[in-house]
Design a protein around this ligand. Sequence first.
Ligand SMILES: NC(=O)C1=CN([C@@H]2O[C@H](COP(=O)(O)OP(=O)(O)OC[C@H]3O[C@@H](n4cnc5c(N)ncnc54)[C@H](O)[C@@H]3O)[C@@H](O)[C@H]2O)C=CC1
Ligand SMILES: O=C([O-])CC(=O)C(=O)O
Length: 340
Amino acid sequence: MRSSLLKSTSELLRRSRGYSSTANPERKVAILGAAGGIGQPLALLMKLNPLVSSLSLYDIAGTVGVAADVSHINSPALVKGFMGDDQLGEALEGSDVVIIPAGVPRKPGMTRDDLFNINAGIVKALSTAIAKHCPNALVNMISNPVNSTVPIAAEVFKKAGTYDEKKLFGVTTLDVVRAKTFYAGKAGVPVTEVNVPVVGGHAGITILPLFSQATPASNSLSQEDIVALTKRTQDGGTEVVEAKAGKGSATLSMAYAGAVFADACLKGLNGVPDIVECSFVQSTVTELPFFASKVRLGKNGVEEVLGLGELSDFEKKGLENLKGELKASIEKGIKFAHGN
Ligand SMILES: NC(=O)C1=CN([C@@H]2O[C@H](COP(=O)(O)OP(=O)(O)OC[C@H]3O[C@@H](n4cnc5c(N)ncnc54)[C@H](O)[C@@H]3O)[C@@H](O)[C@H]2O)C=CC1
Ligand SMILES: O=C([O-])CC(=O)C(=O)O
């Protein structure tokens, strides 16, 4: 009696959080770049996600070992490893969500745009395969520079006739994760209760945290504090790159952020209401064709791109300042997709 009560209570709790062992459809998630610094912990976190029934781990090398390792965890997702061009189609076939952390990371002194020459080609090739093998999947783009790689994927999908703007996402969740952590630390509020929208793009000044909308609101922060929090959020990636001193960029916090965003996509697909995350998507929020803002997720991907809400004067200035760089990065991606 007691154990069945406990069981139904825990099922209720799972359902209220959007998980259910009975009601959820089968979902396949593919990770491209799964043997990398982000890919491996992300594979672990997705293996732990009860909404995933099939987990496909693809990379140009190393996935046999990663898949064998992760597959021993006693959670429902069936894990398979795939390696090399020949196996990419099978890795993607039937995917509901494709997460892409494939490509090179930064070293100290580099900008994300310095990764363009290598990563643009990787993203273009992987997007071409997605258009062919799983054109209906939601695509979560992690590979940098996100401000350019998302437009590249969009152009590839348009050319293939498969583009659906509701299904392509630049993953900017790590900016939100950082903004929440830094804000909670400075404002002295419980980090688990904090919410901060981060809009714009995913590089330097294009990352614009809206601390004026942070909850719980704090009266203790000065304008200098807000300026410093904004700068720390914008430079969060560089902080990690410098601390790792040549050994790459954020991997563990990024895997966490990627898992949070993919989980939100899966919940949306499964019809869980009110799933809202920030993401870099096709947008009419500003005059730029792609822009990160809050997005409501649903059964077809983006259900609604939400507006910016009220901005402080400091944020208004930040918004105007970021547009030039973001526009150039978007155009660079579009040009690359057409030129090669
Ligand atoms: N959106 C964001 O917030 C963040 C993005 N990143 C970006 O994520 C990317 C990956 O970073 P890490 O995992 O640290 O790098 P990593 O070098 O540790 O791993 C990248 C993996 O991609 C694989 N790969 C290369 N070409 C591939 C291809 N054609 N198909 C499939 N896999 C391929 C490599 O074999 C490697 O295993 C970088 O571009 C980095 O800048 C990193 C942190 C945060
Ligand atoms: O900074 C980098 O190169 C990786 C990244 O995008 C981040 O950590 O936000």
